[in-house]
Ligand binder design. Structure first.
Ligand code: GTP
Ligand code: PEP
Length: 211
């Protein structure tokens, strides 16, 4: 099965607010963009992915991610993450997309093969999801062709996605797909897994600023 991935991204100036004790206002937007660039690069390199559609209103991120090969859908509802995903899912389905998955933009250690493994498991179910490394959230939510995505991201989304009937995926280790970065500790965990080039450069700038 070939997938269309929806990658939602907040305006960079507001993104990753929980990283404010790790990266100040001058560095945090660049860090959020770097996470998204590494996420999109790995997604585009995944053999199971047909296309990557970034859902954002951020002009700089839209330009940079389009240059990598992603399509961009504006966050027209401007009513939060789930509304943005619902809107983008309708748009891409109207243009003929089949299997869909929402994938967070904060997965800087993402490995194409691990993403392929998670999507391969997801292909067996109408709707499925992958829990994040912390165990309470969700990094990926999938919908087979002809099934609505029905995103329920946010606090305790693992429980909410399960309660909605989505099947929890338990693939062989896919740590890089689960390791979202919300906090400084998450960033250290992602760096230990091995991040993409954009995040490596942004993390080096963080270290320089600390000295
Ligand atoms: N398009 C769009 N994306 C969103 C919105 N809210 C969150 N996202 C994205 O959804 C994904 C998961 O969100 P979070 O992990 O909470 O990221 P965040 O909102 O930047 O982080 P915090 O500010 O710390 O809550 C990230 O890729 C965000 O950029 C929204 O309102 N619109
Ligand atoms: C929006 C989510 O991400 P986070 O927990 O990283 O805020 C979620 O897990 O549903």
């Amino acid at each position: 099965m070939q997938w269309t991935l929806l990658v939602p991204l907040k305006p960079l100036a507001q993104a990753k607010s929980r990283l404010s004790d790790t990266a100040d206002d001058r560095l945090r937007p660049g860090l959020a963009l770097a996470f998204a660039q590494d996420t999109v690069a790995a997604a585009l390199a995944c053999a199971a992915v047909r296309d990557v559609v970034v859902v954002t209103d951020d002009a700089l991120a839209a330009r940079e991610l389009a240059a990598q090969g992603a399509a961009v859908v504006p966050d027209a509802p401007r009513a939060g993450l789930n509304a943005a995903l619902d809107h983008a899912a309708r748009e891409v389905r109207a243009r003929g997309a089949g299997a869909l998955a929402a994938l967070n933009a904060d997965l800087p250690a993402l490995r194409p093969r691990e993403l392929a493994r998670a999507l391969e498991c997801a292909a067996a179910f109408p709707r499925a999801f992958l829990a994040d490394a912390a165990g309470t959230g969700t990094t990926l939510l999938s919908a087979a062709p002809d099934h609505a995505l029905r995103p329920l991201f946010g606090p305790d989304s693992r429980t909410r996605h399960r309660a909605s009937g989505a099947v929890e995926l338990l693939p062989d280790p896919v740590d890089s797909v689960r390791q979202d970065v919300d906090t400084g500790a998450d960033l250290r965990a992602a760096l230990a897994l091995g991040v993409g080039a954009h995040t490596a450069a942004a993390a080096a700038r963080l270290l320089m600023a600390e000295q």
